[in-house]
Design a protein. Structure first.
Length: 731
């Protein structure tokens, strides 16, 4: 190794170790204060430890600057306000149409929020409307692997949410911001009217920071390959914009300082136009600082320190960004690339390690990742940043150039199609905050060793991921999980290396309503949960009966996860309905097994009904008794009370109320005979059927009740059951 390369690598090692004065120090005091105000004491502990180790090494101006930024946060810190119901003046900044469902984002009474309604005709970005709505809280995480709306709202700075929206009248918003939003909306409508949908998607995303055309299939392809960040305007786009503007302004008969000033104005205006999302805000602020210093003939000697001050300044203005995943990714990954810029010898190496490092952030929201994500990041990054983005800009100005994008987009879509066919996916097992800390520390150690001895560094990084996977698998306990799929059933059973699902939920979708994004309990709830449990296949799916709220999510599961067998009742009321179900399974190459009362598919599972075929579909529900771990379970599907006499008397710890707690199921005689300690009801919030019925609840008085509409998913393991929303089991 040459002396020059040795010196570079020595500098890289010092950068990774952050040297004596810790250049990222400006982020530590402000992060500590925001975390403390939010009650995130695990984060407080980490920031506090970093503060103790580094505060004495800082210059006086660093302490003064950090304290000033913390003071700015203190000025903004207050208890969150609650928007009252009734009439309100709402300034619309963004609108999302999804079939007949509409989401409006904007401000009211100085608070940012979102309003949700159906058949909302009025209200466009750049308009201020008189609206009525009913305030509702943001939903917390209800299923592992699902969408944590409350956490998302915290990171997005949203203060309120409303439903049952009625827009009475609108007028153009006052001021420059209103004019900009209306102009932007006109441009987006022009793009959508004149260009192919996939071309319009990339033009809106890369030129305006707008993702409203992003459909489920494309979003999934970008997420699983780790490319979603490429559809967000970020540092590379801003750098390309600065380069293009300097080239355009070069012939102008102006002084150099005046040209740089024009570039600053244009770059800042572009950030404003795109809404100053966290990646854009970070990139624009850094670009403006660099350009201002360039005006005075100065250069950036320490880019890590500059980025840290810029990020700290953004947090001082918008403290909620600390919890914004986009902010975490853009700052974290940029710091990673700056600290290690002298180490890498090829694009693939940096893409691979960056992907591993990025998992710490992606683990929060993503249940699965492709093993080829680094390759896709290299190829996709080059295509989008250096081909699609410039051509999208040219096409926006001169639409006749649109066909030049076709072969590139078709090739990119072909890559995604091949990837989806072979599914080289690795599940991202659910981890705790301290698991993420462990991963961060070991990957950091591997990175330091990578600078000294490359093979050892790669080994440490790989072993850290492998060790975490082994630990998560080894520490698993037998469990049964009642997922929250609304008004339906979906139960995941895990025991002795066997993973199966009993029913898969279902939601009615109006056939005439064309939605860009639809909710499928199989694909959106069951599958992400399975992935977050570290599984990529299912041993069985048991369908208790053929009602839509029990089988509607079946194809959503089969499209994404291989299934060994699908079990259905041998006794049915409607042979035509069963034939249709079997035909639906035919394309998936899955075995169909007919269950009869008395069968034992596994030593710990016993089928107890149906005994004889009845005319009612619910009467033919498959009921099973299970012994999973320390708990015994009785699951009866939608079995009516009249058929419950066929169930033998057994000791039961956990009983799922039949037919979602309907009055006609879960009779007093059955409850007395099985004497359960825990009772679970899978039911949708504010459902039209009035489930669970008051008479049914009276029959289980005194037992520990958990309901998915209030408690979220219910997990039963280690001798107890608890909900994901309410951690303590109610008496």
């Amino acid at each position: 190794m040459s002396k020059g390369s040795a010196r570079k690598r020595s500098r890289a090692w010092k950068a990774i170790c952050w040297s004596r004065d810790m250049p990222i120090y400006p982020l530590i005091p402000i992060g500590l204060f925001i975390a403390w105000k939010s009650g995130a004491f695990g984060v407080v502990l980490l920031f506090g430890l970093a503060m103790l180790l580094t505060w004495r090494r800082q210059a006086v101006y660093t302490h003064v600057g950090a304290i000033s930024l913390v003071f700015l946060v203190l000025l903004q810190s207050s208890d969150p306000a609650v928007h009252e119901a009734g009439d309100a003046v709402f300034a619309i900044e963004s609108r999302r149409d999804n079939g007949q469902s509409v989401r409006l984002y904007g401000e009211s009474n100085g608070m940012s929020g979102v309003l949700i309604g159906r058949d909302v005709e009025l209200g466009r970005p750049g308009e201020t409307c008189l609206v009525t709505f009913e305030p509702i809280p943001f939903s917390p995480l209800r299923n592992t692997g699902g969408f944590d709306e409350a956490k998302w709202a915290q990171g997005a700075g949203l203060s309120f949410k409303g439903e049952d929206v009625h827009v009475e009248r609108c007028r153009p918003s006052d001021g420059l911001n209103g004019r900009m939003l209306r102009w932007k909306e006109r441009q987006l409508e022009r793009i959508e009217a004149t260009h192919r949908p996939d071309v319009a998607l990339y033009m809106e995303a890369l030129l305006f920071g707008e993702s409203r055309l992003l459909d489920e299939e494309t979003s999934f392809s970008y997420r699983v390959t780790g490319l979603l960040h490429l559809l967000v305007i970020s540092g590379s786009h801003i750098a390309l914009l600065v380069f293009a503007l300097r080239w355009v302004f070069r012939p102008l008969p102006l002084h150099r300082e005046m040209k740089l000033g024009l570039v600053i104005v244009c770059v800042t205006a572009f950030g404003w136009l795109t809404g100053f999302s966290p990646p854009v805000a970070r990139a624009v602020l850094v670009a403006d600082v660099v350009l201002v210093l360039s005006i005075f003939g100065q250069t950036i000697r320490d880019p890590v320190r500059m980025l840290s001050w810029c990020a700290a300044a953004l947090l001082a203005v918008q403290p909620y960004l600390l919890w914004n995943l986009g902010f975490q990714l853009t700052v974290g990954m940029t710091l990673f690339l700056l600290l290690t810029r002298s180490m890498w010898t090829n694009l693939f190496s940096v893409a691979l390690y960056a992907q591993w490092f990025g998992l710490i952030f992606l683990w929060q929201i993503q249940p699965i990742i492709s093993i080829f994500a680094p390759v896709y990041n290299v190829i996709g990054g080059l295509l989008i940043s250096w081909a699609i983005l410039p051509l999208a800009l040219v096409t926006y100005v001169m639409p006749q150039f649109e066909p030049t994008l076709y072969p590139i987009l078709d090739g990119l879509n072909g890559m995604f199609q091949i990837h989806h066919t072979y599914r080289p996916w690795v599940p991202l097992h659910d981890i705790t905050f301290w698991h993420a800390v462990y991963l961060f520390v070991l990957l950091g150690i591997g990175l330091i060793l990578l600078d000294k001895r490359r093979s050892v560094g790669w080994i440490i990084a790989a072993v850290s991921l492998l060790a975490l996977h082994v630990w998560l698998e080894w520490s698993e306990e037998p469990r049964v999980t009642f997922l929250d799929v609304g008004q339906g059933d979906a139960i995941v059973v895990e025991q002795a290396g066997i993973t199966g699902v009993i029913d898969v939920g279902g939601v009615f979708q109006h056939p005439d309503e064309q939605k860009r994004s639809t909710f499928d309990p199989g694909a959106d709830v069951v599958v992400p949960y399975i992935w977050k449990r570290g599984e990529t296949r299912l041993d069985f799916i048991l369908l208790t009966h053929a009602d839509h709220d029990h089988i509607g999510g079946l194809t959503g599961v089969l499209d994404l996860i291989p299934v060994e067998e699908v079990w259905i009742a041998a006794e049915v009321a409607d042979e035509t309905k069963r034939r249709a179900l079997v035909d639906e399974l035919e394309p998936y190459d899955v075995n169909v097994r007919l269950l009869e009362a008395g069968e034992r598919p596994y030593p710990w599972m016993w089928v107890v009904t149906p005994v004889n075929a009845g005319e009612d579909e619910n009467a033919n529900s498959v009921s099973v008794f299970m012994k999973v771990g320390d708990l015994s379970y009785l699951l009866t599907g939608d079995l009516p009370e009249a058929n419950e006499r066929l169930i033998p008397t057994v000791d039961v710890d956990v009983f799922k109320l039949g037919h979602h707690g309907a009055e006609t199921s879960s009779g007093a005689d059955l409850i007395a005979r099985i004497d359960p300690e825990f009772v679970v009801v899978s039911v949708g919030a504010n459902n039209r059927y009035g489930h669970p019925h008051l008479d049914t609840l009276a029959r289980i008085q005194g037992r520990r009740l958990l309901r998915t509409d209030e408690d979220g998913m219910v997990v039963c393991e280690r001798g107890r059951c608890q909900g994901s929303v309410r951690r303590a089991v109610r008496p």
